[in-house]
Every structure is written in C-alpha cells, then in structure tokens.
Design a protein. Structure first.
Length: 460
C-alpha cells in the first residue's frame, strides 16, 4: 500500500527538475484574485452592512459562528472526496469547476440583499457562501501543493497565489473608490459589496475556466490503495509539525479578522470618517503585496518559520499603535495600515507554503497522498478564523454596549479602541511562542523528499 501511494507522490520529471512555467503559474493564481477579494469583503463590510440594514449585532455574531458548524462535516468530506476522485480531468479541478457556480450565486445574494433583509436570509446565504468556498478552496489549494515537490518552489507558488488574492482585494476596493471619486457614489459598504458581487459574477467563472485548460492536475496513480479513514485521522493527529502549524495559523489569523470586522466602526466612531475607509485601504493592499515578496525572500535565507516569526513580531508592535489614532487622524491611520500591510504579508504566503511541506511528512507516515484531507482541515481553520473572529468582534461590541446605528459615549469608544489594538497583539505573541520551535526546516524537508524518492524508486 505504501509503495503504491508513494508512486502517486512522484511528479513528472518537469516538475521535479524545473520551476513551474510562468504562464501556468499565472493561470493557477488568477483564481485567487476574485475569490480572495470576495472573502476579504465578508471580513470588512458584510457584518457592518447587515447591521445597518437592521439585523442585530449579537445575531450577526452568532450566525457567523454557527454557520461554521456545518463545515465540520462538509470540509473533511470535500477534502476526502477530492483525494479519491478519479476523472480524465484529474481529481482537483473538477471540484473547483463544480464549486464556482455555487460560490457566485451565494456571493450575489449575500452581497446584494433585499431592503427588508432578515437574520434567516443572512444565515441561509452565508451557509451557501461557505459551501461554495469549500468546494473551490480545498481542492484548489491541494492542487497548488501538488504542482511542485520543492521546498522553495512551493513558496513561489503560494507567493503568486497570495499576491493574486491581495491584488483582488485591492481591485475590489479600487473600483468603488474610483466610482465614488468620479460619480460621487460607491463609498458606502452596501455599494461596495454590490460592485464586488458584480465583478465576482464575471471573473470567477472566467478564471476557473482558464486554469482548467491551462494547469495540469496530477490525478491519482493507478493502483493506489487508501488508508482507512479513522487510521488516517490518527496518523494526522500525531503529525506534530502540522498541529503546531495549524494552531499558530489559527491564532495569528484571528488578529486581522478582528480588526477587519471592526474597521468600519473604528473609522466612523474613532477617526470620524464614514466614507474614506475603502480609499485608505487602497494603501494597505499594495503594501501587503510588497510584504509577501520581502518575506518570501527572507524565507530563502532563514527558513520559512523564522521569517514568519519576524513578520508576526512586526505585527505585534505595529498593531498597538492604533491606540494613538484619534478623530481626524487619517494620515496616521494610513501610515499604520501601510506598516501593517508589510507585516501581514508574512501571515499568509509563508504558512500556506509550510502547509504543503507537512503533507510530505504525512505521506511517509501514512503511505497515502492525502493533501485534500489536510487542506480540508486547513479550510476549517480558515473558516473558524473568519467566523469566530467576526463573531467575537460583533458580540464583544454588543457586550460593551456599543451601538452600531446610534451614538456612543467615551467608554464605548475606548472599549472599541482597546479591543481593536490590544486583542490582535496578544494573539500574535501567542502564535510566536507556538511556532518558534517548528521543526521542518529546508534541510529537514530535503531529507523527507529524499526518503519519498527512495521509496518511489524501490516501488518502481
């Protein structure tokens, strides 16, 4: 069983000896452009928009958290079925193609709700949104992990993918900002969401189709035998590097989501500006892209987890600076956002690349290539971050007596400022302590790849 599975792990000679061709890499990364942009919109504007439409803040928080319960069943099922799918198109891209219409339909209805929207409407379409996201994201990320077995080439792949998503978030904010500048409309969160839904409706099917015809999908080797599900879960639960990576990623990911959910409130009630939020975020996303390139370069010198630690340290220091922001401090806000963007570049591409490395360790220990199941677990973490981060933000604001539609006193504003700056800082420090002794370095990964190659040669 192990020998047959390891055989499926071996890429083509092209993938083993050369970099992924640029055209293929661009075609793959483009999918993240609209999906990442739409995902970012849910963190920044969705809860705020539904609150202004009359849905209770506490209800929004609970719905965002409860919608994730179904994913405990959905995500592992998608990952497992993706691992074991057999088709002439491969085992990953068929799921991405199937998930695209589900995600687009949910995106439209969630971002462009009727005026008399209810909590039930919000809950129903949010569940569909996350279902479509699972069908795309889990096999899509596993697909990327299988494009190359190389430690540093995987960082290149995730760097391109993450920059694509960052540029998508940037473009999805730039277009409403330009529209507002020229026509005087488009700056309110509801207007921004409507424009984003229109862009996603067009670009997601187009970019998925382009990737489907341009990027190979390795598929499953003939004769591969499968590890029983419960035994496979036990092997995964003993994968110490994966558990350490997953814990650190989950904790550190909560920081930006907390701030993203509270960003419109912070702009309105602390800075005193209700329309500049989308425009000043146009400074943030280019700095994220710059940061991704900087951290990827640093990771080639000091290993991925060390570069990630430096980035988290920068984020912990910078995020406390939001306590200095007061009414009218637009340029101070822009400066802090720019530094945060550079730091945030380390929070996305590097752990995604590290995630592909731990799958190699599992292939040795379990005897099966189970990237889909690992990425399903990762997807659960992403959704946990989004749901709990946003849910915690809104329920905490409700707990301190913050009123999204009315006036707030000094105590409520102070509570918003403390939670906005201090909460993420604590999370970054905890994540640094977890990842500090992460064991898979470049040299250790080379040993893993050598062992996989040896087993493959023996089975051949």
């Amino acid at each position: 069983m192990a020998e047959a599975a390891i055989q499926s792990e071996q890429p083509s000679s092209e993938g083993a000896t050369s970099r992924v061709p640029l055209r293929r890499l661009i075609a793959y990364a483009l999918i993240e452009f609209p999906v990442g942009g739409a995902m970012n919109a849910t963190s920044l504007f969705l809860g705020f928009h539904y609150a202004t439409l009359g849905v209770n803040l506490a209800e929004i928080g609970v719905i965002m958290m409860m919608a994730r319960l179904l994913d405990v069943l959905i995500d592992p099922a998608v990952g497992l079925m993706s691992d074991r799918t057999r088709s002439t198109w491969g085992r990953r891209k068929v799921w991405v193609i199937a998930g695209a219409p589900v995600f687009v339909l949910a995106c439209w209805n969630l971002f462009v709700p009727p005026p008399d929207v209810s909590a039930a409407y919000f809950a129903g379409w949010l569940v569909m949104f996350w279902l479509g996201f699972s069908m795309i994201n889990i096999p899509y990320y596993a697909w990327g992990a299988e494009l190359s077995p190389d430690y540093h080439e995987r960082t290149r792949i995730t760097t391109w993918r993450t920059i694509s998503g960052t540029l998508g978030s940037f473009a999805f904010l730039l277009i409403p900002a330009v529209r507002q500048q020229i026509f005087g409309v488009g700056g309110q969160p509801g207007e921004v969401l409507s424009i984003i839904a229109t862009i996603a409706f067009i670009t997601i099917p187009a970019f998925v189709a382009f990737a489907a015809v341009s990027v190979p999908d390795r598929g499953m080797a003939v004769g591969t035998q499968h590890v029983p599900i419960m035994r496979g879960i036990r092997v995964m639960s003993r994968n110490g590097p994966f558990l350490r990576l997953l814990a650190a990623f989950t904790i550190v990911g909560l920081g930006p989501v907390l701030q993203g959910a509270m960003f419109p409130f912070f702009m309105q009630h602390v800075v005193g500006d209700t329309t500049s939020g989308p425009k000043i975020l146009l400074i943030y996303y280019p700095t994220v892209a710059i940061g991704i390139l900087l951290w990827a370069a640093l990771a080639r010198r000091i290993d991925k987890h060390r570069a990630w630690t430096v980035g988290m340290t920068l984020m912990a220091v910078v995020t406390v600076s939001y306590m200095l922001v007061g009414e009218g401090d637009i340029w101070l806000m822009v400066s802090i956002l720019a530094l945060s963007g550079i730091g945030s570049g380390a929070l996305s591409a590097l752990p995604a690349s590290m995630k592909a490395d731990v799958v190699d360790l599992d292939a040795i220990e379990s005897g099966e290539d189970r990237a889909g199941l690992f990425f399903a677990t990762w997807s659960l973490a992403v959704k946990f971050i989004a749901a709990v981060g946003q849910g915690l933000a809104f329920t905490t604001l409700a707990w301190i007596g913050f009123d999204a539609k009315g006036s707030n006193g000094p105590d409520e504003i102070l509570g918003l400022r403390i939670f906005y700056s201090g909460g993420p800082m604590v999370l970054y420090v905890i994540a640094i302590m977890i990842v500090w002794r992460y064991p898979i370095t470049a040299s250790r990964h080379a040993e893993l790849r050598k062992e996989l190659a040896t087993r493959g040669a023996q089975s051949g």
